[in-house]
Design a protein around this ligand. Sequence first.
Ligand code: SF4
Ligand code: SF4
Length: 171
Amino acid sequence: MIEGLISDMGFKAAAYACIAQFDNVIPVWGVQREWELDEFIGYSDDPPILNQKMREPIERDLNELGKEFCRGCGYCLPCPAGIDIPNAVRMSLMIRRAPVLVYLNDDCMEKMNNVDRCVQCNQCKSRCPYGLDTPVLLMVSWIDYKTVVPPLHAHDPIKTFVLFCPIFSNA
Ligand code: SF4
Ligand code: SF4
């Protein structure tokens, strides 16, 4: 699964070529603008072929970013403690990629508070197809959320917005 925004043109071609090499995989491209749709249609008409030059940035990013991140697939559910694992475990990323105020409401905070109910049964870990140590990642995300976001918001919500909004930060 590929998630996230890809802005580099060469990398877009590499992503397309990477997915196209598998017969039974159908990509669902995220498109925000008409020119992006034109771009993907153009790739369909003239498919880029994965080559060594394309593999290099893929390998570089893989080494830099690592593989230990949640893809949000939800296969780890259900959790006997009722934890919303896919959202809770990705919270560190979401507060830096989306407008942070979305994640400061009571509902979201309550869901994150639920992480404290984890009984370390490891059911989620045994179901994760990516081999993630889900309980550990959950705890890391939870600590990050409660350490960084609510105190900042309580002190200065505008500062929090500017600090975490992708438009104003490079995170
Ligand atoms: S280890 Fe924690 S988060 Fe995972 S299924 Fe068990 S209670 Fe839920
Ligand atoms: S922890 Fe694993 S199984 Fe659960 S949503 Fe994330 S990637 Fe999927």
